[in-house]
Every structure is written in structure tokens, then in C-alpha cells.
Design a protein around this ligand. Structure first.
Ligand code: APR
Length: 363
């Protein structure tokens, strides 16, 4: 994930560079500026004195001294007035200039606080949006890992409306206890011997993986107790006939996760880079998936690609299943993903903001 959100004190970040939300004098202050100077030691101030200040929207770099970070990139954000005095443009420039400096100095990782979102009064959700937009644009073209360091929970208010919509959705869907997954899968695959087929199927009873497996699954599924409803596993139409040999079954193995991913990238007319960047996945991991037809990604990685491809729910489930996963209503993470997909909202950073707000793993 080239862009990560972390809750931390930026002075603790072990990156190549951390960014300081400074003022025009570069001679220290409060907030994150004060914390960085305190942690770096007096040598930082001595070097800053030689820089001759910094214009708003610009950035200058020093060593990190006693900080874990090798460099400190000092940038000066705009003071918020009403958003109609060039504040957004200046704030965008802070991130752009800082990233350019980080690249120039060969940094592989850089951590940002929410510039201007403190003393300078920039509304936090707008400040976060500028940060995410500018950094993700940069990461589309450059290999670097960027962190947005969230210092306090309040920084990450993704909007009360969205939070309450998601909370409502979780309430609707969330199954408190974790139903026995085996029961789910056996029902869904129609394996549950006790699951009666609907009468019309009776005479054409097929084996578990017969062409009627899907009807059997639907029949079994429809008898499943509501609270145990799981997503219907889409039994591939070309499921091997019951009683066929193992060779037949193996010959009919469905396309793998990796094959489906590459096929969907082509179908969407995307380049590989566009897809993995949009999925917030680094190039190395993508190359592994591309080169190994049977590669098994983690569930968040599989979901991140499905989101980047903007797959509708059914295809997302299909792609997940090829990696050996299914969405479940006994996982808040899954329900939040489902909420965004069902609402056609495929911005992975917006989804991460919501996952972060609900203390879930990020994509
Ligand atoms: N680690 C990470 N983030 C932090 C830390 C920290 N140790 N301390 C504060 N922050 C966060 C704040 O919560 C805020 O979201 O950094 C963000 C920026 O807040 P400020 O530090 O107040 O910076 P800014 O709003 O850009 O104002 C700059 O404040 O400190 C002075 O000298 C500085 O005059 C300049 C002005």
C-alpha cells in the first residue's frame, strides 16, 4: 500500500523524511513544528537559521538529527480564511513541493502531518482531501511509500453523514456471532445432504457438482436460516459433472485470481500500473501476482483490486472466491466494503478513511 494512514506521533516515524508544518520563519513554533524541533534537538534550529525562511506553499529540507527520520522537510501551509484566498492551491503546493524534495533526495518513504489543519485552521476533512489527492497523484507516477500521520481521532472525521450511513448499514447487516462457516459453505455449495431440493428438481437429482449444483445451492440457500445467510457462492456454470474423474475436475478448474485480474484489467482498458496504483498496491506485489498464475493474495489485497477495477458486487465476490475468500456479514470490514460497492463508491482512499474511522484494517 503506497499510501498508508497511521495514528502516531510524527516524531516517532522511522521514515526517510518527515514533513514539518512550519511557519515562514522556519524558527520553530508550537504544534507539530514544536514537537519536531524538540525531538530533533538544537542542531535542527541551527540549520534552519541558515535557510532564510520559507514562503507559504514552498518547502525546504534539513537533516533529521536526533529524529529517527534522516530528513525533515519544512513546508509552510496557508492560514485558513474562507477558502477563497488561494488556500487550497497553496496547500496542494505544500504537498507537491515536499514530495518533489523527498524524491530529489532519494527518499523511499515520507510521513506527513495534516498541514494547516491545526493552528492555521484549515478544516480537517478538506485538509485531508487535499493531502490524499496530491499524494495519490504523485504515487501514480512514483515509487515511494507515503504516510499520513493522524495525531488525534478528530482529524479523521470523514463526515458525520457518511459515518451514520455506514453505522446504519452495519446495524442492518452485522451478524453478531460468527456462524459456523462450514454450515454456510455446505449450504451454499448444496453439499448439505439434508438440504432438500425443491420438488421440481427431485426427479433430476444431480450430484453435488452436477450442472444443477447452482439450483441445489439456491434451493439449500433459500432454506438457510435468515441469521445464517451468507453470500451465495456462485458455482461456476462449467462446474465439473458429478462423478467425473479427478482429471476432468482438474481440467475444469476455473480461471485463477491472477488470470481474472489480468483479464479484467484488459477488459477495462487499464494499464497494469493504473490498476495497482488505483488499488494502492505496490508494484512489487503486483509483479508477484502477475507472474504466478496461482498466487493467493490476502483478502484486503483481493478486495483492493476489485475496487480499483470498480467491479459490481457479483464480480467482486467472484474475484474474491478465486482467491479463496467470501464477503461475510459477520465482518464489519466486509460490510463496509459492501456498503461502498453497493453505493458505487470506488475511491479507495475514501473507503480507507471509513475503515480507519471504524478501527478496521485498511486496504
Ligand atoms: N505528530 C503528528 N501530527 C501532529 C503532531 C505530532 N506530534 N502534533 C500536532 N500534529 C497535527 C495537528 O493535530 C494538526 O492536525 O499536525 C497538524 C498540523 O497542526 P499544527 O502543528 O498546528 O500546524 P499548522 O496548522 O500547519 O499551523 C502551523 O503552527 O506550530 C505552529 O510554527 C507552526 O506557526 C506554525 C503553525
Amino acid at each position: 500500500m503506497p499510501l498508508k494512514f497511521v495514528r502516531n506521533d510524527i516524531t516517532k516515524m522511522e521514515c526517510d523524511a518527515i514533513v514539518n508544518a512550519a511557519n515562514n520563519s522556519l524558527l520553530g513554533g508550537g504544534g507539530v513544528d514544536g514537537a519536531i524541533h524538540a525531538a530533533a534537538g538544537p542542531e535542527l534550529l541551527e540549520e534552519c537559521r541558515t535557510l532564510g525562511g520559507c514562503d507559504t506553499g514552498k518547502a525546504k529540507i534539513t537533516k533529521g538529527y536526533r529524529l529517527p527520520a534522516k530528513y525533515v522537510i519544512h513546508t509552510v501551509g496557508p492560514v485558513w480564511r474562507d477558502g477563497r484566498h488561494g488556500e487550497p492551491e497553496l496547500l496542494h503546493s505544500c504537498y507537491r513541493e515536499s514530495l518533489a524534495l523527498a524524491k530529489e533526495y532519494g527518499c523511499e518513504s515520507v510521513a506527513f502531518p495534516l498541514i494547516s489543519a491545526g493552528v492555521y485552521g484549515y478544516p480537517k476533512d478538506q485538509a485531508l482531501k487535499v493531502a490524499v489527492d496530491e499524494i495519490s497523484d504523485f504515487l501514480l507516477k512514483n515509487d515511494m511509500t507515503a504516510y499520513i500521520v493522524i495525531y488525534g481521532r478528530a482529524e479523521f472525521n470523514i463526515g458525520k453523514k457518511l459515518i451514520s450511513d455506514i453505522e446504519e448499514y452495519i446495524d442492518e447487516c452485522y451478524i453478531k456471532e460468527h456462524p459456523d462457516q462450514r454450515v454456510q459453505q455446505s449450504y451454499a455449495a448444496g453439499i448439505a445432504a439434508s438440504a432438500p431440493l425443491p420438488p421440481k428438481q427431485e426427479k433430476k437429482k444431480r450430484g453435488i457438482f452436477g450442472r444443477k449444483a447452482k439450483d441445489r445451492a439456491e434451493a439449500a440457500y433459500s432454506q438457510m436460516p435468515e441469521e445464517e445467510m451468507f453470500y451465495e457462492l456462485s458455482i461456476p456454470e462449467n462446474a465439473p459433472a458429478a462423478g467425473g474423474s479427478l482429471d476432468d475436475a482438474l481440467k475444469n478448474i476455473d480461471e485463477s485470481f491472477s488470470q481474472m485480474l489480468l483479464r479484467k484489467i484488459d477488459e477495462k482498458g487499464m494499464t497494469d500500473a493504473e490498476c495497482y496504483k488505483k488499488a494502492n498496491i505496490d508494484r512489487k506485489l503486483f509483479s508477484k501476482i502477475r507472474s504466478d498464475v496461482n498466487y493467493r493474495p490476502s483478502k484486503p489485497t483481493a478486495i483492493a483490486f476489485a475496487i480499483a477495477l470498480e467491479l459490481p458486487m457479483r464480480e467482486l465476490q467472484d474475484m474474491l472466491m478465486k482467491a479463496g475468500y467470501a464477503l461475510s456479514h459477520s465482518s464489519k470490514f466486509d460490510i463496509i466494503i459492501e456498503y461502498f460497492v453497493k453505493n458505487g463508491r470506488y475511491d479507495i482512499f475514501e473507503i480507507n478513511e471509513a475503515l480507519f474511522a471504524f478501527d478496521q484494517v485498511l486496504l
